[in-house]
Design a protein around this ligand. Structure first.
Ligand SMILES: [Fe+2]
Length: 210
């Protein structure tokens, strides 16, 4: 596992900002079946879009700009992580394991049970995901991505404190099987997808069970 941390230098004044945001990433393509998961998502895409309306929480698509007709705009209506197919069960176990490894790496002990809610993003030629974040509320925890199918794109993670004029950005190249975990308050976006095959990723939020 690789760890990347946005960390501030010690503040020199009482008003200087401080930050310490870590993210982890690793390739798990040896353990998950990306082609099968890609087919599974594509086979369910139309049905999910016709079954549920776009989300209506502040924006129709979670501020991604993928629009009200995208699969992304149905996030929150279903939990991909609970799909019954064996490929998804294997993926779920890998996410759980990666989360535990990430905490261990950072010497963080969490005694609460964590739940996972996941959804899929299918992007077609010319589409990109605009900067957005998932949660800045007191219960904000971790979010993640698993790249399933891609061609020449990256995901960019922005330092939550330094995100305006000259943002501090960590680029992570999209590779099938790449899993990332990052604080849910960390903004992120993608390149424009310019291949004729779909770019497919799974996104998920981890939260403490109440
Ligand atoms: Fe996101």
């Amino acid at each position: 596992m690789k760890i990347f941390t946005f960390k501030s230098n010690p503040p020199l004044t009482p008003f200087a900002p401080q930050w310490d945001y870590s993210m982890g990433y690793e390739n798990i393509s040896n353990f998950i079946d990306c082609p099968k998961i890609a087919n599974l998502i594509l086979s369910k895409e139309k049905n999910i879009i016709s079954t549920f309306p776009p989300v209506k929480k502040f924006s129709v698509d979670g501020f991604t700009d993928l629009g009200p007709n995208s699969l992304t705009s149905r996030y929150g209506y279903y939990n991909l992580i609970d799909w019954p197919e064996i490929e998804i069960k294997v993926l779920r176990d890998r996410i759980v394991e990666f989360h535990q490894k990430f905490l261990k790496n950072l010497n963080i002990e969490i005694l609460k049970t964590v739940s996972i809610i996941g959804w899929a993003n299918v992007m077609r030629k010319g589409e990109k995901i605009n900067p957005h974040l998932h949660n800045v509320q007191p219960n904000s925890y971790l979010s993640g991505h698993v790249t399933i199918q891609c061609k020449n794109t990256s995901t960019y993670y922005i330092n939550p404190v330094n995100q305006l004029n000259a943002p501090e950005v960590q680029q992570i190249k999209n590779v099938p099987g790449e899993i990332t975990l990052f604080p849910s308050c960390m903004p992120h976006y993608t390149d424009t997808h310019s291949a004729s095959t779909e770019r497919i990723t799974i996104a998920f939020d981890l939260s403490f069970k109440t």
